[in-house]
Structure formats: C-alpha cells, structure tokens
Design a binder for this molecule. Sequence first.
Ligand code: ADP
Ligand code: MG
Length: 550
Amino acid sequence: MAQGNLSGQQVLILPEGSNRVIGRDAQRTNIAVAYAVANAVRTTLGPKGMDKMLVSELGDIVITNDGATILEEMNVEHPAAKIMVEIAKTQDKEVGDGTTTAAVLAGEMLKKAGELLDQDIHASSIVNGYKKAATKSVEILEEISYPVKLEDVKTLEAIAAVSMGSKTVGVGDSKDFLATLVVKAVRQVAEKKDGKVVVDQDFIKVEKKEGGSIKDTQLINGVLVDKEIVHSGMPKKIEKAKIALIDCALEIEKTETDAKIEITSPDQMTAFLDQEEKMLKEMADKVAKSGATVIFCQKGIDDMAQHFLSKKGIAAVRRVKKSDMEKLAKATGATVATSLDDLKEKDLGFAGNVEEKKIAGEQMVFVENCKDPKSVTLFVRAGTSHVVSEGERAIKDGIGAVSSAIELGRYVTGGGSVEVELAQRLRKYATEISGREQLAIEAFADALETIPRTLAESAGMDAIDTLVALRSRHKKDDGRSMGVNIYEGKIADMKELGVIEPVKVKKQAISSASEAAEMLLRIDDMISSRGKAPSMPPGGMGGMGGGMEE
Ligand code: ADP
Ligand code: MG
C-alpha cells in the first residue's frame, strides 16, 4: 500500500493490496532479474554453446540453442524479465539473428551499471554515457566493417554458415550444404529497387516435415503448398502448368438470411438441382476457358465443381492460405482473380511442373521450376521433429543474416573480434568525455567484452587470458580481426577463418541492448496493482543459467 505524506497528513494514493518498490531497491531488483535472464541464455552463445531443453506445462519439449526461442518459452513473469524477452524478439524480427548476443549484452550492461550505482553515480549519468557509447559504437562499426555485394556468393555463404553454425542439433555437419541453399534462396528473391537491393524475407517460405535427413533439405524454385489436390480424378502431375489463382468460392452461394424455397413437385426439385449443377458447370467452364491447367483457390470448391474440373483435366487445390496465394503469385507471375469472370489468360502464372507428392504420409503440392521466381521455398527435412524444428530455426537465422548482409552491404568479423575492437575504441573515446559519463562509457566497453569472454569459456579456454591476449593483439595495426578460434582453443584472425557476420546484426544487438538497459535504469519506482510484490521470479530461472555470481 502506497502512501504520500503531505504536511504531516497521511494520504493513500494506491488501492489496498498494491505493491510498490522505490529507488535503489527498484533498480537493484530490475538489474538482478535482467541479469538472471541474460545468464539463462549466456551458455548457449556460439557454436560451442550448449543447448537447452525446455518443457512446457503440457509436457511439450523444445531443444534449442536459439536465444529468442528460449526466452519466449521460459514464460517469465517479472516485468524486467519481460523487457529482456522483448529485446530478443525485436532482434529476431528486425534482423533474424543475434538474439543471444543482444540479451547477454543487455544483462552485462545492467550489471556494470549496478556497480556504478553502488559508487553513487546517478542513473541519469549512466544513461547518458550509455547513449553516447551506443551511438559511437554504431559509427565505429561502420568504420571497421567490410563491403559485400549480392554477387559475392562465397562471402555470403560464410555469413550464412556462421549464423547457422551455433545450432548444432538441427545443422550438425551440414552447415555448408545448408548455407549454399540459403544463399541461393535469398539471392533468388532479392530485388533491386531504386538502386538498392531489398530482400523480402516473407517470400522465402520455410516448410518442414520430419523424415529423411538434414541433407534431404531442398530449395524449391517455387512454392510448396501443404494441401492436397482435391479430387482423385484430377492429374497429380502437370508439366508446364498454367496456374490460376482464384479468390472466390467455386460453390453456390448460400444465402445469408433464412431464405425459403418452396418446392411443391418432384419436377421442381429436379429443375432446382439441375440449375445448381448448371451453375457449377459454368464455373468449371470459365476456368477451362482461361486456359488454366491448375487452380489454387483461396475458398472452397464444391464437390460437383471438382467433378467438372477433373473431367476437363484441371487440377485444383482449395482453401489455400492467403499468405500462400501471395507467394504463389510472386513465384508464378499469376494475378489473383477475385471473380471467375475476371479470370483471363493474361492472369495465369507459370510453373515448370506442379506435382502432388506424399511426404511423411501427407500429401503436399510442389509448385516447382518457376521462371525467375521472386518467391521460393526451403523445405527442411530431418529425422525427428526436434531436429527439424531446430533446423528450421537455423535456416531462418541464416536467411536473416544473409538478407541483412545484402541489404546493408557490409559485414564485420565475429568470434568476439568486433567487440574487442569496439571496446578498445570506446575506451579511447571515453577519454574525450568528461565527468561521470566517462565511467559509464568504460563500463559499456567492458560489457561488450563479455562476448569474447563467453565464447572463450564455451571453448574451454581461460577467459581472462584470452581477453588479455586479444586486447594486446588489437592494439597492433593488423589486429582488428583477431578473435576466438573456438575449435582450436586459441586466438586467430576471424577474417581468414571466414567467421563473419552482417554489420546490421551487431548494430541492432548493441543498440537494442543499450536501449533496454537505459530503460530499466531510469525506473526508480515500480507500482504493481496485482497485489504481488515485483520480486525475483522463483527458483526456475536461476536454475537454468546459474546464479548471479560470475
Ligand atoms: P546469437 O543468437 O547472438 O546469434 P549465437 O549462438 O548464434 O548467438 O552465437 C553468435 C556468436 O558466436 C557471435 O559472436 C559469433 O561471432 C560467434 N561465432 C559463430 N561462429 C563462430 C566460430 N566458428 N568461431 C568463433 N566464433 C563464432
Ligand atoms: Mg546466431
């Protein structure tokens, strides 16, 4: 219950049962919670990071190394923890990779801020210092990045392989194979607009089915529709298909209101049914007249209409998702017709072949070999559902990374190299800033180095020794790309090793981590009207990633 005290008189401003945490206590709790969340994902960082097994209330199991997935599945309660989950989600949405990095950085920035608060440095000085450091970091990243173009296939493949490499469950030894597919897919849908290359990731469909192995994963130059061809009499394989996309039902519309049709004689009944049949036949005729050999309908197709279509040798798929219709349009070049009267030959799309295949006991329709399709499908296969799901997450990371690299056209070196370089340049920059903000910028620099430290730890190396070695190499002119070679347990040139990442992933991770830290630091009063104290969540989270100690 919160109270105000004005000229000696007690005033109640919050309802009974509300809870309030003020000042340093609020900051302390938020920092502790955010750090605990960051710690829960910390050990998954990098290709040598561990995986987590998450079990839902219903007993569903997810095995993953993906920061965003772990945080989402953790079902956290505390508002500060929710903000951490938000960072990972935003990162995932904006760039599709770097979620663990963002969460780990935010946790570390807050922990360092906590130390500054303990030295009586005011939160607003820390916030200002962090803001300056984040802006400067983005500038430095631009300076120390390298260019990459749509045509640099090898570089893009390295970026894809690195971004997928940490998901060992789904990817295993196949990361180079998958990287090739991912780069092909992204380059296929990339379009040049006003001199810039844009990639609409929505048009790379990732479909998954268990069965086979990860090496059976394929790139389909078109769309894989998880539906069947509606009628057994229709062809199941159509070559040089002319495709119609229809957004209206091939059914007789049922009246909305309760209309009553009075039928008084058997003749009338027959006439009525004949009339319906005639209308449905006309629909099939209209489709046939357009020249279509395959139709995808967003709505339903009446049994009788199916029959007429099959008699004309036209294959049909019904109740296709709107998103799939859009993808089909992009892939085949068809225009979606909203009525059968509008359906003209010029609206039809083309696919080298359309085929219904049985995959893991279910029928799926492959629309393949489209001409320069601006929408493609990556069909992920693997032995078990857990592996397929992690494979799918890996591929999505890969798509995100390659798209970001193409769009911004720049990449940086990974393995902690870029963080060490940033930290070094930030410390230099800090000397130009006076007062307490300087300390905050230095703390920010220290926080960045948690990435190489964590990578070193994951490889069984001594974190401090590694960091010291890296710092001294980075002082030299040729040391900019020195990072952690986690496979050989030593420091190495990441550019030579091909451990490279899009600059966008790093920019976004650093700025969103810093924003979240700033936001949590500014809070000095937490009022909860749910009657529950905003405190640390119970045991669970600490158990996942270790406690507050380093
Ligand atoms: P995130 O969710 O942040 O992308 P990851 O688990 O994918 O987390 O790990 C990314 C980190 O691992 C990056 O700092 C990246 O540079 C590093 N990394 C990836 N592959 C390698 C490698 N082969 N050697 C060293 N570091 C690597
Ligand atoms: Mg990653």
